[in-house]
Design a protein around this ligand. Structure first.
Ligand SMILES: *Cc1c(COP(=O)(O)O)cnc(C)c1O
Length: 370
């Protein structure tokens, strides 16, 4: 039995009528730039995430870059973040001219370890940028406490975490800015690229609205230099439909995660640890396993979708060589990059499929299946 890591066709078949109608409506209107679809979707995301405002942009990467710009981060500033994330987290920091300062992860959640942040702060630290990796929130109370006592702003990289919650509050509403990605494989994925920044500050939101259109405050009058980064009306229309189904899809992922957890309990396959106070939305389901590279090869051979998120930590990327990091600087991030693998978790996975995935993984590590 072949099992895909993610099959978006199943989702589309399920909501095809609604999606096709929403796309047709935009095409009929010929309003492709911002307009009512984008405004309505921004409002829905703000309501869903529990913030006053949300500003649609062209990608999750742009959401991070524009949030950093709105936070006033620029040359010679430092941003504290995790070395274990998708590249955009560090890339956005470098793009605005600032320096990423990495802090190792908590090996059980794979998120930034707040107890290691304090020693990494300097007079130049402007922002802490935690990532809610795989769909589980970082320990935001600890992070916010460190930030607020020093006047540092917090930008959540919530690209993988729309709908996740921390002590009852939703991802994206936990810092000064919350950045979402609507890349197709995210839990709320568009039919192309898209992103959004959630914030409680209407001043910051107004600035973001200006920055996404070249810093204009009025047509052709520019008070600051921004960029061209709008959310397309077509994407907003698709995403608005999908947002209505997001809770069901996230619960479906959590159901699959609960199944795997039970199967892997007491075996050498280490299931992801979800803190009691978190709602994990499982954008990825990551297990820590012995002989990871061999398991990857085996699963590929038998047709089970899998991937490594992420094989090379950010501090070891060639483009940030000038930061002077070496292997061994962030041992928990490095170990996670060697020992973990992502297996199928999407909500349309069938019971037979998830059973086959668990049995295959367990057989590989020498556990008899139950
Ligand atoms: C996907 C992702 C991004 C970037 O989002 P894009 O929409 O692909 O630009 C940033 N950070 C993390 C953690 C991501 O997973």
């Amino acid at each position: 039995m072949k099992v895909p890591l993610l099959d978006l066709k199943r989702q589309y078949q399920d909501v095809k009528g609604e999606i096709d109608a929403a796309i047709a409506e935009v095409v009929e209107s010929q309003v492709f730039k911002l307009g009512p679809k984008v405004a309505a979707f921004e409002e829905s995301v703000a309501t869903y995430s529990g913030t006053k405002r949300a500003v649609g942009v062209a990608s999750g990467t742009d959401a991070l870059i524009l949030a950093l710009m709105a936070a006033g981060v620029g040359r010679d500033d430092e941003v504290v973040t995790t070395p274990y994330s998708f590249f955009a987290t560090a890339g956005a920091i470098v793009r605005v001219g600032a320096k990423p300062v990495f802090v190792d992860i908590d090996p059980s959640t794979y998120n930034i370890d707040p107890s290691k942040i304090e020693p990494a702060l300097t007079e130049r630290t402007k922002v802490i940028m935690p990532v809610h990796l795989y769909g589980q929130c970082a320990d935001m109370d600890a992070i916010n406490e460190i930030a607020s006592t020093r006047g540092i702003q917090v930008i959540e990289d919530a690209a993988q975490a729309i709908g996740a919650a921390y002590r009852g509050r939703r991802a994206g509403s936990l810092g000064d800015f919350g950045c979402f990605s609507f890349f197709p494989s995210k839990n709320l994925g568009g039919y192309g690229d898209g992103g959004m920044i959630a914030t409680d500050s209407s001043k910051a939101a107004d600035l973001l609205v200006s920055l996404r259109e070249h810093g204009q405050t009025q047509m052709y009058h520019h008070w600051t230099v921004g960029t061209n980064s709008r959310l397309d009306a077509l994407q907003a229309a698709v995403l608005a439909v999908k947002l209505r189904h997001l809770e069901v899809w996230s619960d479906g992922r959590a159901g699959n995660a609960a199944y795997y957890e039970e199967r892997f309990e007491g075996t050498p396959v280490v299931a992801p640890h979800c803190e009691d106070w978190n709602r994990h939305i499982y954008n990825q389901y990551i297990v820590r396993v012995p002989r990871r590279d061999e398991l990857l090869k085996h699963l590929r051979e038998v047709g089970i979708g899998c991937a490594i998120y992420y094989p090379l930590p950010l501090h070891m990327q060639r483009c940030v060589e000038s930061l002077g990091h070496a292997e061994g600087d962030f041992p928990d991030a490095e170990r996670a990059s060697r020992e973990t693998i992502s297996i199928p978790i999407f909500s349309y996975l069938t019971e037979e499929e998830r059973e086959h995935v668990a049995t295959t993984v367990l057989a590989f590590v020498g556990e008899r299946s139950t």
